[in-house]
Design a protein around this ligand. Structure first.
Ligand SMILES: CC(C)(COP(=O)(O)OP(=O)(O)OC[C@H]1O[C@@H](n2cnc3c(N)ncnc32)[C@H](O)[C@@H]1OP(=O)(O)O)[C@@H](O)C(=O)NCCC(=O)NCCS
Length: 404
């Protein structure tokens, strides 16, 4: 019997939940000013609290969105955010209780997927989440980074005042994204998190828009920080958000960033297959300093998720999926180039995997045969794993690109 209870937050309890998160993430005390900026996006709806004798000791929430899957369908998704347990109540099952309650709630809401970005990688696998997209952390030495003469010329880039950015960027994102598996629609509740940073909390984010032959087709949000005490004067530029409708806009935005006076280095998290390094005359100016887990995906409704994505041409394969927390997902599924169907238990399975590992292959981040080699899934024959590789493969790598 646990000494805490889980319930939905009531209206009026949001601020204490946000303050708890702040403390759990070691961000210090929450000020009125900061809460004023964050409160519009921090709703009680979809947010749980764990209470011990009426005192809030943990919280977890989500916002409703859609996630793009291979083939372009957008699936109803709960984006899980604001997870924290008070430091004097950790390792007593509070998170596990919050996660269990939340999974059941997301299923009741008809959401097919849940996704999150993890503070630490050891936490979420046990709840059926798997790493479904990776990103590369890059450092670019600006003075060495020249775009090759064959790189697309790109169009014009203009800086936006914060008020104009708030108006323009959400509509532009809606028009040009999601362009990769794993990308999210950004609901209204998401934008206040982005825009509070234009207002100086994290030190002045700047927005710029790219205009190509058919109008606005890309944007970047970035920040420049001087290197204190450095002589001569130098600065670092951090790219926070960059989306482009195509290669012209992508090259145009990077040309703009790489031309920024007084900047020494640029830093960004980008899709692992973004082709910018190949646009440079000196490939070594684009230094990959890490490849990391980006989105963790939880497939809540396996039949719906498997039916919603497209597959590459290959011979069929039969999967056996196991899901201890949502057992209605456990079962056998035939995957063909034309789709997926659920089978009875009398069909022999060729590839056995947990729902967390299904999430790893679902958007195309990992090849099933590579996971078979690590023991994360079991394939009856190497040839069955190769068929699964072909069916689940995607022309571009998945990427989320939306922080939350
Ligand atoms: C991470 C955090 C939410 C875990 O909450 P908790 O209530 O201690 O978790 P639980 O007691 O339910 O633990 C569930 C399991 O996860 C493990 N676990 C929890 N946090 C872990 C961590 N940081 N690293 C490794 N394992 C962890 C526990 O050991 C336990 O394992 P078991 O099932 O084998 O017994 C909490 O420590 C916290 O708030 N940390 C700071 C803020 C943070 O990181 N938030 C997450 C943002 S994504």
């Amino acid at each position: 019997m646990s000494d805490f209870a889980i319930r939905n937050l009531a209206d009026g309890e949001q601020r204490s939940a946000f303050a708890l998160l702040y403390q759990a993430l070691h961000r210090g005390a929450l000020t009125d000013e900061h809460w004023g900026r964050r409160s519009p996006g921090f709703l009680a709806d979809r947010r749980y609290g764990a209470f011990a004798e009426d005192e809030l000791i943990g919280t977890a929430g989500s916002f409703g969105t859609e996630l793009a899957v291979p083939g372009g369908a957008l699936l109803p998704t709960g984006a899980v955010d604001g997870v924290g347990v008070r430091a004097d109540h950790t390792r007593r099952g509070v998170l596990s209780a919050l996660m269990g309650e939340q999974l059941r709630d997301l299923v009741r809401r008809g959401e097919v997927l849940a996704c999150l970005h993890a503070s630490e990688t050891a936490i979420y696998g046990r709840f059926g989440y798997g790493v479904a997209s990776l990103d590369q952390r890059v450092r670019i030495t600006r003075r060495a980074a020249r775009l090759h003469q064959d790189a697309p010329a790109g169009g014009r880039v203009r800086l936006l005042a914060p008020e104009a950015a708030v108006e323009l960027i959400p509509a532009l994102y809606r028009r040009i994204a999601p362009s990769r598996p794993g990308m999210l629609s950004r609901p209204e509740v998401w934008w206040p998190m982005r825009f509070e940073r234009f207002r100086g909390h994290d030190g002045g984010h700047i927005a710029a828009v790219h205009t190509g032959a058919d109008g606005d087709d890309g944007f970047v949000v970035y920040q420049v920080n001087e290197r204190h005490g450095a002589q001569p004067h130098t600065a670092d530029l951090t790219v926070h958000d960059l989306h482009a409708a195509g290669p012209e806009a992508l090259a145009g935005l990077w040309r703009f960033l790489l031309g920024m006076d007084l900047v020494d280095e640029l830093h960004a998290y980008r899709p692992v297959d973004e082709p910018v390094a190949a646009m440079l005359t000196d490939l070594r100016a684009w230094q990959v300093t890490g490849v990391e887990d980006e989105s963790w995906l939880r497939i809540l409704d396996v039949p719906a998720a498997l039916a919603a994505r497209t597959y590459q041409r290959a011979e069929p394969v039969v999967l056996e999926v196991s899901d201890a927390l949502l057992p209605e997902n456990s079962g056998r599924y035939r995957i063909t180039a034309d789709g997926a169907e659920r089978l009875g238990d009398d069909t022999e399975a060729e590839v056995r995997l947990g729902v967390d590992v299904l999430a790893m292959i679902y958007l195309g981040a990992w090849a099933p045969s590579a996971l078979a080699a690590t023991g994360r899934l079991q394939a009856r024959t190497p040839e069955a794993a190769r068929r699964a590789d072909e069916l689940f493969g995607t022309p571009v790598k998945p990427w989320c690109g939306t922080g939350f």
